[in-house]
Design a protein around this ligand. Structure first.
Ligand code: BGC
Length: 810
């Protein structure tokens, strides 16, 4: 223990110094690196057990990626943000804590609080909003919800990881004001809420990779008083230069980049005090989550997971347009046409590390059928959305070894000796940590008996980043390697390319299917494997699919078309290049609407998509990636059993060409945030451009009259009355304007919000904290200009009936 280190320790770790003094240099070096993919190193001699870290953030996957250990699949980040409901975000965090405890997880790797700088960002679905204030408030609530239950939050990715292209190396150039006022602001609020950890990002900011960046010290430690652990994004620690930086825990571990840590301290290249500082923080985290010493962590309140997932999905469902058709009058519906692949195979979450495996998923089709029992509900796929293979449903599979539903997976070494085998209940498998001897295996074999429901040709194949051989009834039908596009192995791993062969099958006849994957080593991912056996979409002519849907719609009283994206569009590891719906979905909606049958469109996407036919349909509902209860939530909103609770957390463009910020591809390794402060609605206002749907927009089933807004101290009170016939929810939004500012400002910016509920005829008051800091700009420090500000309140950035003046004295 050196003098310098003790003197720089924050008060919160002083009591751990005696414990630190008992550790050898080797033990200390081990403690600041993972033991494996998801756990930290235990030291039983000091009463320290291993801590387990796990993705989320929309639920908790747990240390194994395994359908036999399912997780609650909550709505994705953009859906949570659409609720604008801080209390809901707190309960969402508490629900994650409950899942974490059930799965033995100490640190949930979330929330993801990078910004929707551009709708093209690949992880847009996982992030909350384009607005730092909305993101910050929800982030703080999520952190508290977790940590009040002794589970650590890990807000990520610090900082400026707002898109995915070249994400490991991109050097983001962002001016100081935009960095402070936009991108750092949510992290600041999360730290203020007490976050026990933060994840450092892959990218660089101003030329220095984040795990070595001074931003880890200032503002995080020195200004905000963070006393927690900076956990690296997986493999983001690149060299020993991150040791003197405020980078604390290298994951996964042992980290190759820190292999030389002990030697470097012994020979004086590195300072032991820097290591001690990290160790103390890791020990403090262990104490906080109940992994050090006697104290048992708190038991979260019991959770009805599906009920909460349904409520959260309803609160995040945005009614974008309604020409009077919603809520549906179920009693008047004789026949309903439900159309769209996503109606039957709902997409409940985006792709990548955020994936959790739900026990079951409620599709819109099933939920609508249940919600209108008196109606005859028909289904047509209408257009193919899926790209590549999707897993084969369990009901059609028999494990040849056990005779039970599922598949047998066996692992062989290079000599052909079977090392390990397991019985699985899914054909889309990922080993990313866990018990299977991936690194030692040369071949991994899937075997199952497939009993199809229908006779015909299917596109059978496999996906993965390894070559494979597919045998059907003993015949070799494929011997090939899927082609990996791009250089992001993580993306190829989590969302792998696929290849297929056309295979004739017979209804009810068992077909023996066997795939042999030859495992190729993929560097940092050599202990991991992703492999799927599956079926690609049928090759029916696209016009024919539309024609069938049109016939079904024409014969019905109502058409409900569920459109959406697929796993190749919204995922970690790459950005979008278009905002169009994949495949022929736009043609499909136009054709269905043209039948004259009232048409309701439900959008199943985590990010904005272009809806060129929006004016031609009776209603549009944005359902986001609504989690495992997505179908129920949609049916509840359509029938009026529930109020659509959501308001857009992000501006919705009419066309990609209108979007102010689309630059997500670095030039010569650099990505310049040229737009400065002006992202999202700020940029639309600056350009004087009108989107399809404004930030904050969302309709309900009742009407409101706005009363008055007044300010007392740090609080704005807004009164409003429900003038309709139903109970309703309103999100009261307060924005500031400062036209006479001496500095550049957004034309208008969100300073506070609150949700209210009111019965018909009831007047309610929304109480919204708006401290003066919300008016501040960054000028080397937070500075509130003196003089007049206008505060405006209403239902979206474009609908602000109330205003008041706020004078800041000089
Ligand atoms: C992602 C993180 C995630 C980590 C562990 C990374 O590739 O960027 O968000 O927590 O993997 O899965």
């Amino acid at each position: 223990m050196t003098e310098t280190a003790t003197s720089t320790h924050t008060d919160s770790v002083q009591h751990l110094v005696p414990l630190l003094d008992r550790l050898t240099l080797e033990q200390k070096a081990a403690l600041v690196q993972g033991a494996d993919f998801w756990t930290t190193v235990p030291l039983p001699e000091i009463g320290l057990r291993a801590m387990t870290l796990s993705d989320g953030p929309a639920g908790v996957r747990g240390p194994r990626w395994d359908e036999r250990e399912p997780s609650l699949n909550l709505p994705s980040g953009s859906a949570l943000a659409a609720s604008w409901d801080v209390d809901l975000a707190y309960r969402y965090g508490a629900a994650a804590a409950s899942e974490a405890r059930r799965k033995g997880v100490d640190v949930v790797l979330g929330p993801t609080i990078n910004l929707h700088r551009s709708p093209l960002g690949g992880r847009h679905f996982e992030c909350f909003s384009e607005d730092p204030e909305l993101t910050a408030e929800l982030a703080a609530a999520y952190v508290r919800g977790l940590q009040d239950n002794d589970v650590a939050a890990c807000p990520k990715h610090y900082v400026a990881n707002d898109s995915e292209t070249d994400r490991f190396t991109v050097d983001v150039r962002v001016d100081e004001r935009a960095l402070r006022e936009n991108y750092l602001a949510p992290f600041e609020r999360a730290v203020d809420a007490g976050a026990w950890t933060i994840m450092s990002a892959y990218n660089a900011v101003d030329g220095v990779t984040m795990t070595e960046n001074d931003l880890l010290e200032t503002p995080l430690n020195s200004e905000w008083g963070f006393d927690g652990v900076v956990i690296s994004d997986w493999t983001a620690v690149r060299s020993l230069d991150s040791v003197p930086a405020a980078q604390d825990l290298a994951m996964p571990g042992p980290a190759p980049a820190w292999a030389d840590l002990v030697a470097a301290i012994r020979d004086g290249r590195l300072n032991e005090a820097d290591l001690d500082r990290k160790v103390l923080r890791v020990l403090l985290l262990a104490q906080r989550v109940g992994a050090l010493g006697e104290r048992e962590p708190r038991e979260p309140a019991p959770l009805d997971g599906p009920a909460f997932a349904r409520e959260a999905a309803i609160e995040g469902t945005v009614l974008l347009r309604n020409e009077g058709v919603l809520p549906l009058d179920a009693s008047s519906l004789g026949r309903v046409a439900v159309i769209g692949q996503n109606a039957r195979e709902a997409r409940t979450q985006g792709g990548g590390s955020a994936t959790v495996i739900p026990e079951s998923v409620v599709s819109p089709l099933d939920a609508i059928r249940a919600a209108v029992p008196g109606a005859d509900v028909g289904f047509e796929i209408g257009a193919v959305v899926q790209e590549g293979v999707a897993e084969i449903p369990l009901a059609h599979l028999t494990n040849p070894a056990t005779g039970e539903a599922g598949i047998r997976v066996a692992f062989f070494d290079a000599d052909g000796t079977e090392l390990f085998a397991e019985n699985r209940r899914s054909t889309a498998l990922v080993w990313f940590g866990g018990d299977a001897p991936i690194a030692a295996s040369a071949t991994v074999v899937f075997e199952t008996l497939y009993t199809p429901a229908e006779t015909g040709d299917i596109e059978l194949g496999f996906a993965g980043a390894n070559p494979g051989k597919l045998y059907v009834d003993g015949q070799l039908v494929l011997d090939d390697s899927p082609v990996i596009e791009g250089t992001d192995l993580g993306a190829a791993f989590l969302n792998p390319p696929s290849i297929t062969a056309t295979v004739a099958v017979e209804a009810g006849r068992e077909t023996a299917v066997r795939v042999e994957f030859s495992r190729e080593s993929h560097g940092a991912l050599s202990g991991a494997l992703s492999a799927t056996l599956g079926i690609a979409p049928e090759r029916t002519d696209a016009d024919e699919l539309i024609a069938r849907a049109v016939a079904e719609a024409a014969a019905s009283d109502l058409a409900i078309v569920v459109v959406g994206t697929n796993s190749k569009v919204e995922s970690e590891g790459y950005d979008r290049t278009s905002l169009d719906l994949p495949g022929r979905q736009d043609d499909l909606v136009r054709a269905v609407a043209a039948t004259g049958t009232p048409t309701v469109v439900v959008v199943n996407a985590g990010s904005p998509v272009v809806l060129p036919w929006a004016e031609d349909v009776a209603a549009v509902v944005q359902g986001y990636f609504g989690g495992q209860e997505f179908g129920h939530a949609i049916a509840d909103v359509l029938t009026g059993a529930a109020e659509p609770g959501g308001r857009l957390p992000t501006t919705w463009p009419a066309a990609l060409a209108d979007v102010p910020v689309t630059e997500v591809v670095p030039t010569d390794g650099r990505l310049e945030y040229r737009e400065g402060l002006h992202i999202g609605y700020r940029a639309w206002l600056k350009a004087d451009a009108v989107p399809a749907f404004a930030f904050g927009h969302g309709l309900g089933y009742t009407t409101w009259s706005w009363g008055a807004a007044q300010r007392t101290g740090d609080t704005v009170e807004v009164t409003l009355a429900n003038t309709g016939h139903r109970r309703g929810k309103q999100v009261v939004q307060v924005y500031a304007e400062r036209p006479e500012s001496a500095v550049e400002r957004p034309e208008r910016w969100l300073v506070g919000f609150a949700t209210v509920h009111a019965a018909p005829g009831e007047t309610v008051t929304a109480t919204i904290p708006v401290p003066a800091r919300r008016l501040a700009h960054w000028a080397g420090e937070w500075t509130v200009e003196s003089g007049a500000y206008t505060l405006r309140a209403g239902a979206s950035v474009a609908d602000l009936p109330l205003s008041l003046e706020w004078r800041i004295a000089s």
